[in-house]
Write a protein that binds this ligand. Sequence first.
Ligand SMILES: *[C@@H]1O[C@H](CO)[C@@H](O)[C@H](O)[C@H]1NC(C)=O
Ligand SMILES: *[C@@H]1O[C@H](CO)[C@@H](O)[C@H](O)[C@H]1NC(C)=O
Ligand SMILES: *[C@@H]1O[C@H](CO)[C@@H](O)[C@H](O)[C@H]1NC(C)=O
Ligand SMILES: *[C@@H]1O[C@H](CO)[C@@H](O)[C@H](O)[C@H]1NC(C)=O
Length: 497
Amino acid sequence: MRGIFKVGKKSHDVLLTRIKLTWTPIIPESPTGDGTVLEAGAVLLQDVFAVKVKRRRAATQQSGGAVLGLALFHCRRRGRRLEEDTLHLHNASAEHTHSWYNTLKELLSGFSSRPRYVKVFINPSSHKKEAVHIYRDHVAPLFKMADIRTDITVTDRKGHALSVMKECKLDEYDGVVCVGGDGSVAELCHALVLRAQLDANSPEKPVRAVLPLGIIPAGSTDVVSCSVHGVRDPVTAALHIVLGHLQQVDMCSFSSNGQLVRFGFSAMFGFGGRSLARAEKKRWMPSSRRREYALVKTLARLRPEDCQLSFLPAKSSNSSFSAHRDQGKDPTKKPDSEMEESWITNQGLYLSISIMSIPCLSPHAPQGLAPNTSLDNGSASLIAVGNASRSEFIKHLKRYSSSSGQFSFPFVETHSVSEVKIRPRSLIGWSEEDSEEEGDSKTTPIIQSERAAFPWNIDGELVEIANDVIIRVHPRLITLYGEEVDEAESSITCNCI
Ligand SMILES: *[C@@H]1O[C@H](CO)[C@@H](O)[C@H](O)[C@H]1NC(C)=O
Ligand SMILES: *[C@@H]1O[C@H](CO)[C@@H](O)[C@H](O)[C@H]1NC(C)=O
Ligand SMILES: *[C@@H]1O[C@H](CO)[C@@H](O)[C@H](O)[C@H]1NC(C)=O
Ligand SMILES: *[C@@H]1O[C@H](CO)[C@@H](O)[C@H](O)[C@H]1NC(C)=O
């Protein structure tokens, strides 16, 4: 379509194609020579999320009013951030404006990945209790503008979202939205995959989640959200949902004793697990202080875990090739028997072992805790830190924030893996040692099992497991609203170590 609208105060020649809308100033035949620079511009339809007819209305008027033209609501990129912007096209002809409106509406309805109806979970008790405000102030207005209907559950306890997701009718929704921190995200990702598995009646094999998940960051770390948005910004996150940007993401299953423990993206054993377990005992502290306290205390009592670490190296292949190879295949396919033989087993002392199927970007570690994995190439990074002195270990940790050389220490090994098995060999678990040192055994009920449990940090959640843990990577098990980013915006420096 082609027509004339005023953009700003000047008349423009406006052209609409299936791809974009462009406007060029109409130069008067005899320029007045006032020196104003007239600007042409363009907006891609893939960035436009709503179009409305503008009318002149008195404050008391509910409807009607003279047509003024169109408003196009679109997103603009600023680095990793998506920002909302409005283009005003003025033309007082009702007929002209309506025919453009209808055409634009029709073109926009062709973007099939954009959701129309979403299930929203808000965790009101996430970090600083801001989730409800964040949703109301930054997200709800964008959803309303884009005509996205919502069905909202404000969760009142841990596990609430999971129980709703197990029961609710999914086929009405186009997507699920989580407003919360890493804990809420982990619960919903686990819930979506578990639900798919239940629906497919496949108790053994994980099944791809049916609905995409949008994550509105409202927590204190927001690692998953940061990995698919590059920033911790609710507006960016909401615009990715509104515009239907979909990114497939690998997930891991964590199991022990032949039982599924949960689905997730990352796990830390050793330092990361112990530090989280310590922090959880100080729930009365504000969360940032709690984390610093636990970090410092765990460093002070640094000790290696004696364990057997086995892993199956990922088949080396570039990501486009592996994406092609796995197209349409079962995400859970067991390794071929020839691969079974390529397990590598090490035994020894480790200060920390992490397994991450996503890069885990955050403002603290802009290139991620695991810079050498991508969101969807079917492999995870295994980072095994052997025993070392405290000062060497601190040097290793500190380098995450500068994103360079954190792995170039003789005691750090990294591998790209598809499966990992960890068998703790020490019989001393964790609760005994800790309650003794803290001297406040009444806050730490110790349930003494035959084998003491070891603390794991799985997506920021404390999970205590006494036995071997098997971690398998499942390619593209879930879809998130967002996109692959290689580096997060960094604004925070951790000064506690
Ligand atoms: C990935 O591997 C495929 C198949 O071997 C090859 O054709 C392609 O060029 C590779 N792409 C990159 C980016 O290396
Ligand atoms: C990451 O990958 C690059 C290229 O594949 C490799 O040179 C580098 O050593 C890897 N780094 C780690 C820590 O594995
Ligand atoms: C996955 O991607 C990362 C980063 O691009 C690369 O270092 C790694 O080798 C890839 N792994 C596989 C199995 O393709
Ligand atoms: C771990 O390494 C440190 C520093 O090299 C050493 O002092 C300590 O004895 C080692 N721990 C064990 C259990 O071997």
